[in-house]
Design a protein around this ligand. Structure first.
Ligand code: IVH
Length: 688
């Protein structure tokens, strides 16, 4: 039978060689899985990024040489796949139930009393855990391989989100165990870390995209994307809190043992989990986690108490849709009421005009809050926020405080709806340039570009930031002075600063000036990815900058690529490609880049992965059916760029037929003649 998988004709693989490659591939995969665990679960990377990238690339190369060796649990298979039209619905083998809540200490005491009386015990042992504020999912592993990820849904049926789940790097696609259980369902919560949420919202805001109200919504919105390539760019995490259905795992006596077992499989479990005795143990834990709440990297809305012994759990059973043996002890909401004194605007790096509420100072979760972001006019309209309103304000960790809602009953008479563009008379409050709002965007933007000192300041701060050129000491106060005194009008000016100029600035001694000059000097030796990221191209975050650097390897190729070529980079779609193309087309951006390079910024160059030239030399392709991410013309362009030819009909001379959806007679002909038939993915693998 003719295989549809791509098997290179020119390099037949002997069985012996094949098994050598297989074991090499498996070894590499295990090594990558181990480093994923160190990085994403333990937050303790043992090797630098570029070494990890090398391992990954080596695996990709080996798999590309013989795609028949690719297995679904390979680390390379975490990358998306095709967008879905809708999610399939699945039925949970064991329903995913909810928890009853205790809102006060009295209710927690009553819970413990009920349990003790029900079991006729004086004191009980409890497993205690944070109550993660994300969304519940269940992971199914068969023979140690991740085969399905599904949402909770209504508890009985959920949605199959397997492709999206696979993009979450802390979730292993293969369990770390030799004698894998036949079947195990791992239950837990998908969430977004507070710092990732803040960064995502900032990027969304700048890009004029949807703002998420909190990390939970951001996690849910990201996991329920039909296109796994979008989910892949969203930093999601997972914590397990239990086991659902299982076959072939050891018998555990206690929940805490089951959790330790999951930990040993390298499934992420919270290190905040504990085992305590009696009600005093529960309340101590509640207070301990409550005090830590602010500093935890993720949002929690309480703690969960679970009777630890499974035989007691069984005796207690369930009431309607929740177990009798567990309860969620909730924390009070981190919200407070205050007044909006006025509404101001701020101008961001890409000119986005963000309305900011100035509040009467109020303490929320132990911190005084005086400002809250209102995001954009759409958000203001949706919540109908007006100056003089009493509002409830929420904060979570380091995230910028937000107005949750207006208390309408407290609205003063004579209040007016707020209109951002009216307030500023459609002019940038900083530079006076025209402010416009594109019909497809929610944000209004200043059109002043780097003429606008606010944008200039933000662009410099971004360029100097830790993940970009990492110029230590070049912070907000200094940038303010440098821009206000016209010492830095564009990025290359940073490299023209001298000791005398800096030392003359307010509150700057010669020693600090010297230190800053040294970090400016140090920043010249950088990486290509940092440089791209530092340029502040719209829609190009750190991950995209890394992808671009890896793909192009050098500046000239990146600068001269059109939007179509840019889309060949994994994860880059038409919108991002257009932003990048626009950026490099602007004459003034070219000058800035030239001047930066001239100032001495440099990095170690790499060959890049786009060297298509010659890869398909002498090969003839036939296209049939419709491809999902490329038009016929685009596919043809790619084949020709790599030295191949495209023919209209299948013959013995055809090397490969690329078949898309609804492929017709050409596919049949290829089968008849025994020509290799490959799909779009295999074609991309050949190119990359
Ligand atoms: S145990 C049968 N443990 O809370 C009991 N749930 O309100 C199953 N949740 O749907 C739940 N952290 O998504 C459990 N440590 C934890 C949890 C937790 C968060 C969520 C879970 C569940 C909801 C119930």
């Amino acid at each position: 039978m003719q295989s549809e998988l791509f098997i290179p004709e020119s390099a037949p693989i002997s069985l012996q060689e094949n098994s050598k490659t297989t074991s090499e591939i498996e070894k590499l995969r295990d090594e990558i899985r181990f480093h994923d665990y160190q990085y994403y679960v333990l937050d303790n990377p043992l090797i630098p990024d570029n070494e990890y990238d090398n391992l990954f690339r080596k695996l990709q190369d080996l798999e590309n040489q013989d795609p028949s060796l690719i297995t679904p649990d390979s680390p390379t298979q975490r990358v998306g796949g095709k967008p879905l039209k809708s999610f399939d619905s699945i039925t949970h083998r064991i329903p995913m139930l909810s928890l009853n809540n205790a809102l006060t200490e009295e209710e927690a005491i009553a819970f413990d009393k009920r349990i003790r009386e029900g079991l006729d015990q004086d004191e009980l042992q409890y497993a205690v855990e944070p109550k993660f504020d994300g969304l519940a999912i269940t992971l199914t592993y068969e023979d140690g391989k991740l085969v399905q990820g599904a949402t909770r849904g209504d508890g009985y049926t959920g949605e199959d989100v397997t492709s999206n789940i696979k993009t979450i790097r802390s979730i292993p696609t293969k369990l770390h165990i030799l004698d894998a259980p036949k079947l195990i369902e791992v239950r837990g919560e998908v969430l977004m870390l507070k710092k990732d949420f803040a960064r995502l919202n900032k990027e969304q805001e700048e890009a004029g995209q949807k703002i998420f109200a909190n990390p939970r919504n951001a996690a849910a919105g990201s996991l329920r994307q039909l296109d796994p390539n979008i989910t892949r760019t969203r930093p999601l995490h997972f914590f397990a809190y239990g086991i659902g259905y299982f076959e072939g795992i050891p018998q555990f006596e206690r929940h805490s043992d089951a959790m330790n077992f999951l930990d040993s499989l390298r499934i992420p479990v919270s290190s905040e989990r504990d085992v305590v005795q009696g009600i005093q143990g529960l309340l101590n834990y509640y207070n301990k986690i409550g005090n830590k709440r602010e500093n935890l990297p993720f949002d929690i809305d309480g703690v969960v108490y679970k009777v630890n012994h499974f035989n007691y759990q069984e005796q207690l059973g369930f009431v309607s849709r929740a177990p009798r043996w567990a309860i969620a002890h909730k924390f009070p909401a981190q919200e407070a009421l205050t007044l909006i004194d006025s509404i101001d605007v701020q101008v961001g790096r890409t000119g986005a005009i963000t309305p900011v509420a100035r509040l009467s100072p109020v303490i929320v979760g132990g911190v005084t809050v005086t400002n809250a972001t209102l995001h954009n006019q759409d958000e203001i309209d949706r919540k109908d926020i007006r100056v003089g309103d009493t509002v409830s304000v929420r904060r979570a960790g380091d995230v910028i405080p937000e107005v949750v809602k207006v208390i309408i009953e407290k609205r003063p008479e004579k209040s007016e709806p707020f209109n951002l563009l009216n307030l500023i008379n459609s002019k940038c409050p900083v530079c006076g340039s025209h402010v416009i709002k594109q019909p497809d965007e929610v944000v209004a933007r200043c059109t002043g570009g780097l003429f606008c000192s606010a944008q200039r300041k933000q662009a410099i701060l971004h360029f100097a930031s830790r993940r970009a050129l990492n110029i230590e000491g070049l912070g907000e106060k200094l940038v303010d002075q440098l821009v206000n005194e016209n010492l830095v009008t564009s990025l290359p000016d940073i490299y023209r600063l001298d000791l005398d100029t800096l030392a003359k600035l307010e509150r700057m001694g010669r020693k600090s000036a010297q230190n800053i000059l040294e970090s400016i000097q140090k920043s010249k030796q950088t990486t290509f990815a940092r440089f791209i990221y530092g340029l502040g191209i719209r829609n190009v975050g750190e991950a995209t900058a890394k992808d671009l650097a890896r793909y192009f390897g050098n500046l000239a190729d990146l600068q001269s690529s059109d939007a179509l070529k840019l889309q060949q980079v994994s994860d880059i779609g038409p919108i991002v490609a257009e932003s990048i193309f626009q950026f490099f087309s602007e004459e003034h951006n070219k000058h800035v880049i030239d001047a930066l390079i001239e100032a001495g910024i440099n990095w170690e160059s790499s060959p890049g992965q786009n060297l298509l030239e010659g890869k398909l030399n002498g090969m003839t392709f036939v296209l049939t059916g419709s491809l999902s991410t490329l038009s016929r013309d685009e596919a043809k362009e790619l084949i020709e760029a790599a030295g191949g030819k495209v023919s209209g009909s299948v013959s013995k001379k055809t090397n490969y037929v690329i078949a898309g959806e609804d492929a017709g007679s050409k596919l049949l002909k290829a089968r008849e003649l025994g020509i290799n038939v490959i799909d779009e993915n295999a074609f991309r693998l050949m190119l990359n």
